[in-house]
Write a new protein. Structure first.
Length: 390
């Protein structure tokens, strides 16, 4: 090959090389080569398995519950103004280091007005504008603002509340078209293992939806109300108070009240007021503005093993009298300290909760028969409940 042909050959080869380099992106674009890491294969979806079909049906059921109930669940913003005494040395590093910060209202200094706010949840009961929540949500508050899912807000009026059962009834002035009453279920039909669904404003996050199960029913001894609670592991936090616990049909089975927690956050132990009990209280508040309940004026305790030995009891069943209010029905009935009440009416008393629950459902002024154990003797007596003083 002569020198001239060699030069021409090199020029032609170079031209084709440059042309190939220039055209390669266009020629390879959309290539189906498996070596291309960005070539994403879009196969048609595989047919869902029977288990997946069931899971999808459950998802749909949860979404239906939310769509059905959430327009009837409200957030309740509370506000009040309190007087705080400001110490003259507040903010002084020397004073804070050696003496600590003074407590509010601790004396000295000038009085400053301070706003305090809170947040809870509630449910719309009917198209008249009545809303149920917890007593502790609205206690001592000056202003109550109800906020709906659609962001509409209304100022609420307190109709009345009951501290013992922790139920409050509010009312807003809104047109019937703006209100969607929630559906109330039957808490008497709740069973352990049922779905338990909470909607509320935990930690201020409105319209939050959490799911769990009913962990226990008839959970008594939680407080002095004598109420037996529904226990759930559905996540409940501050702000859920007053909101609903729902079943899988989207019906209210309880009003969320409190949690058991060392950290202050949800650890899966929440307690709910059964809706059958909450409804009775709300109806009485609507009718009378308050709740009147029977009262014996006696402080009770469980029977311990020491009590069994000391007082010669047959067993640790019953409720032992630890306190008697002067002038109360218990005082008038001549009950004595360390009396052990073993029966009221026709019901055996196995614990203080049994006695409290029975009295709570009794009638004011109607005499009740008691069987007590005193000084190793069984005594039959009677007591007449009176209206519980405020």
């Amino acid at each position: 090959m002569n020198k001239k042909n060699k030069v021409q050959y090199i020029a032609v080869a170079t031209t084709f090389l440059l042309l190939g380099t220039f055209l390669s992106p266009f020629l390879t674009c959309g290539s189906s080569s498996n070596s291309n890491p960005l070539n994403l294969k879009a196969d048609p979806p595989e047919k869902a398995s029977p288990a997946q079909i069931q899971a999808i049906a459950l998802e749909n059921a949860f979404q239906e519950v939310f769509d059905k109930a959430s327009p009837s669940v409200v957030s309740i913003a509370t506000e009040r103004t309190v007087n705080m005494q400001q110490h003259p040395f507040t903010g002084d590093p020397f004073f804070d280091h050696f003496f600590g910060r003074p407590s509010p209202g601790g004396g000295g200094g000038r009085v400053m007005k301070q706003k305090q706010t809170g947040l809870g949840s509630g449910i719309v009961l009917n198209d008249e504008g009545y809303i149920m929540t917890n007593h502790h949500v609205i206690k001592d508050m000056d202003k109550l603002t109800v906020k709906f899912k659609n962001q509409k807000t209304f100022e609420a009026k307190l109709i009345g509340s009951d501290e013992t059962m922790d139920i409050a009834l509010l009312k807003i002035e809104a047109g019937k078209s703006a209100l969607k009453p929630i559906t109330l279920g039957d808490s008497g039909k709740v069973r352990v293992g049922n779905w338990a669904i909470a909607i509320g404003a935990p930690l201020g996050f409105e319209q939050s939806f959490t799911v769990g199960v009913v962990s226990a029913i008839q959970r008594g001894g939680i407080d002095s109300s004598g109420l037996s609670y529904i226990q759930t592991d559905a996540a409940i936090n501050q702000g859920n108070s007053g909101g609903p616990l729902l079943n899988i049909q989207g019906e209210v089975i309880g009003i969320n009240r409190m949690i058991a927690s060392q950290s202050g956050g949800s650890v899966g132990i929440g307690f709910t007021i059964p809706i059958n009990e909450a409804r009775k209280v709300a109806e009485e508040i609507k009718t009378n503005g308050k709740v009147t309940r029977p009262w014996l004026g006696v402080g009770l305790d469980s029977v311990s093993e020491e009590d069994v030995s000391q007082f010669g009891l047959k067993s640790d069943k019953g409720a032992i009298v630890r306190q008697i209010v002067k002038g109360s029905p218990a005082d008038k009935a001549a009950l004595k300290l360390n009396d052990v009440i073993t029966m009221i009416g026709e019901k055996e008393v196995n614990s203080p909760e049994d006695l409290i629950g029975y009295v709570r459902t009794s009638k004011i002024g109607k005499r009740l028969e008691l069987k007590i154990f005193r000084n190793k003797n069984e005594i039959l007596t009677s007591i007449t409940p009176e209206q519980k003083p405020n």
